[in-house]
Design a protein around this ligand. Structure first.
Ligand code: 0L1
Ligand code: MG
Length: 261
């Protein structure tokens, strides 16, 4: 591991654990994506060394609008650990977060491996279930402001996720389902699953491809967050969040008061 990778893995990990944002632009701002992913792996390694376990993979920049905004042409990925999981109906401890936002997503549950060692497998055939999901994102950079390599290094702003009831993927046409994001009973965002790369299944194919490039195998039992169907919105203290995906169901979480749960 290079000195830069080790130094930034420590800096981003400490920013998360001490709730102190890193001021940008940083020297990561213009590193290669390969170096940025090396920092991401090292950040996640530090979490694993503290006892966390890998439970999934997420995609970011899955909407054309967000790609254009960042001037990028491909999605990015991040890694989900067990300590990021929030029970359906549970509490998001925002006292441990810098400036949390939420976004409605579609989640897939893998029943078979994808990625490295499973090249050529039909991604949909590897899916054991699909569910509505809500992702909590939190940037470790001040002002939620970063370049592409910076956000890749920061594990694609991953912070938490909750998933609704799993359903069999067969017979659910995922291409254009309505998505509602409510905060305290008020509509915050509306969208469609079509905003997720045109069809969430494309995210699954992208996850498989990106994992293979990184030498990662997406494991049976893992959750794959396909990407946001709308823009993210701030998650204020005490807020009750409900995501509804037509035909898939709902998922709800509540933010803790500022002082913690
Ligand atoms: O889950 C996401 O789409 C986040 C990707 C990183 C960019 C951001 O923090 O908005
Ligand atoms: Mg997301």
């Amino acid at each position: 591991m290079s000195e830069l990778v080790a130094r930034w893995a420590r800096a981003l990990d400490e920013a998360a654990t001490s709730c102190a944002a890193v001021a940008g632009p940083t020297e990561l701002a213009s590193v290669s994506l390969a170096e940025a992913y090396a920092v991401q792996r090292a950040v996640v390694r530090r979490r694993l060394d503290r006892g966390a376990s890998l439970v999934g993979f997420k995609l970011g920049f899955t909407s054309i609008a967000k790609m254009r905004q960042m001037g990028v042409h491909d999605v990015i990925h991040g890694q989900l650990t067990e300590d990021m999981r929030i029970a359906e109906g549970g509490t998001v401890d925002i006292s441990a977060l810098l400036h949390p936002r939420i976004e409605p997503e579609v989640a897939f549950l893998l029943g078979a491996p994808l990625g490295a060692g499973a090249e050529g497998v039909d991604p949909l055939a590897a899916v054991a279930g699909v569910a509505p999901a809500v992702e909590v994102i939190d940037s470790r950079y001040a002002g939620f402001s970063f370049t592409l390599p910076e956000v890749v290094a920061d594990n694609a702003s991953s912070a938490g996720f909750a998933v609704g009831a799993w359903q069999p993927v067969q017979g659910v046409d995922l291409d254009n389902l309505g998505v509602l994001l409510e905060v305290d009973g008020r509509l915050a965002q509306t969208g469609s699953t079509a905003a997720i790369l045109g069809h969430p299944v494309r995210s699954l194919a992208a996850a498989s491809r990106l994992a293979a490039v990184s030498g990662m195998t997406l494991q049976p039992g893992w959750v794959i967050l396909a990407g946001a169907a709308t823009a993210a919105v701030p998650l204020p203290p005490g807020a009750h969040v409900r995501v509804c995906v037509t035909g898939l169901g709902t998922v709800e979480v509540t933010a803790s008061p500022q002082a913690g749960v």
